[in-house]
Every structure is written in C-alpha cells, then in structure tokens.
Ligand binder design. Structure first.
Ligand SMILES: [Zn+2]
Length: 268
C-alpha cells in the first residue's frame, strides 16, 4: 500500500469516522484502493488515490483518455492523470463493479471519489458529469492537521503517529496548514443539518449557472470542491433561502445555460 493511500485511509477513518477496507483485488489486474462505509449514515464510498507531485502531472485533467496511448511508455503517466482513465479503468471496469457488488455496493448507490493534487476546469466538469467527487490531497492533510493539533492522544495507527509527530514538531512555530487559504468551517454535516441553503454557481468559462443545495458535495455551502481552479472559472452566489430565490439569482446572471445540479437536484 502506498504512503499516500495510507494517509487517505487515516483521513477517512480518523477525520470522517468511517470504516475502511483497503486494497481490494478484483479479477484481472484491477485493484480498488479503498472502500469506506459511514457507520452512521451507511453511505458507501469507492475511493481511488492518485497523487503525483511531479510538476507536469500534478493536476488531474479533462484531456481525452486514449486506451492505446495509455499503453505507450511515453504517454502512460499523462493518460493516467485524466478523469477518463478513472471512469473507464477504475470506476466502471466490469471486474471492479462485480467486486463492489460482493461488498454490497450496488451501482448508483455509492459515492465515487478521486483523491488527487489539484485539477483543471475540464476535469471538474467531467467528474461531475460522471458522478465522481474530487478531493484535494492538500485539503485532507490540512484537515488531519486540524483534527490532530492540540491533542496528546497516542495513535495506534503508524501513519497518524507519523503525521502527529510532524504536526507537533512544526506546529508550534507556524500558523496551521491552510489558514492562509481560507477560513475553514467544519466539514462535518452536523453543524446545522436542518438549515437548508441554496447556492448558485456561476461559471463564466462555461457560460452557465447551476443551482445547488448547500449540502451537495459539489457545493459544500458555497465552497465548492476546494479546487484551486475555482476562482478563474466562476463564483458562488448565495446562500438563498429557497429554490425560487436561487433560481431568480441564477437567471439574473444571464448565462446561456441555467439549470439545477444533476447530483442534488434541488426542489422546493
Ligand atoms: Zn449539487
């Protein structure tokens, strides 16, 4: 198991409180990085981890995935950084789907997640169309830091123990990781579950406006999926009290394409 996969598993277990099953072998050459189940909501997650810190392959892209090119040595790394690769080879591969069924993951009834190091606007678009959530590895590290900081707990988990040492070694002198980026409201759903909010994402690159419920994982109460790309492509408008108000705001953007999010499909 790769270090990055261990860190993601530690995040899911410790920060999210989910139960995990790592490295599930499927027929053929496929392997599922991580299965996770939230014992409270019973929500299931198929998580793939793909971290590259090489400058040229860092961001996940929306470039077309070409199965033949992926076999060529020179193009392999580039091809494996496309959303199309994950859709075709990781999430929709028949051997993977069959294995997931054995664990009670029925098609359409679980979340798909790619953990990566940033992504471009096309990747975000494609991921959303394919029902895939993108998590930024840097955000995960920062959330682990927030969860660990100030604690003197002994962690049985090797990865957490290492991160704990690291955070305590550097944490006293420096501001917490991520503070310069944006204030971080708690990422848990527990803060105000009954207060539904509506948001509009205006995307000027795509000339569209999409209405979301605040709890939608693509919206995160107007913070989006934490993509670094967000600022150049669009902005969040809101919160609004109801769908009607959000819809008016969406239409007022005068974007060519005004619609509801296909994932959370907000209705009154
Ligand atoms: Zn949504």
């Amino acid at each position: 198991m790769e270090t990055t996969e261990r860190i993601v598993e530690a995040y899911v277990r410790y920060v999210k409180g989910w139960a995990t099953i790592p490295n599930v072998r499927c027929d053929g050459q496929n392997e599922i990085d991580l299965l996770a189940i939230d014992p409270v909501s019973n929500a299931r997650h198929h998580i793939e981890v793909s971290i590259s810190i090489s400058q040229s392959f860092r961001k996940l892209t929306g470039k077309p995935y070409d199965r033949e090119a992926a076999k060529q040595r020179v193009d392999k790394a580039k091809q494996r950084r496309t959303v199309g690769f994950f859709v075709e080879q990781k999430f929709e591969a028949p051997t993977v789907v069959a294995k997931l069924r054995e664990f009670g993951f029925e098609p359409g009834a679980y979340n798909k997640v790619i953990v990566t190091w940033g992504w471009d606007a096309d990747a975000e678009e494609q991921a959303q169309a394919a029902g895939i959530l993108l998590w930024d590895f840097r955000e995960l590290i920062s959330e682990i830091g927030d969860a660990i900081r100030g604690q003197r707990t002994y962690f049985a988990d090797d990865t957490l123990r290492t991160l704990n040492l690291f955070i305590h070694a550097g944490g006293d002198q420096r501001p917490p990781v991520g503070t310069e980026v944006e204030p971080k409201p708690s990422n848990t759903c527990g803060s105000a579950p009954s207060e539904r909010t509506l948001w509009v994402y205006q995307n000027w690159t795509r000339d569209k406006a999409v209405v979301h419920v605040g709890s939608c994982p693509y919206c995160n109460e107007g913070r989006g999926m934490h993509a670094g790309a967000g600022d150049q492509n669009g902005e969040w408008l809101g919160p609004y009290q109801d769908v009607a108000a959000a819809w008016v705001a969406a239409e007022n953007t005068k974007r060519r394409d005004v619609r509801r999010c296909g994932h959370c499909s907000p209705t009154d």
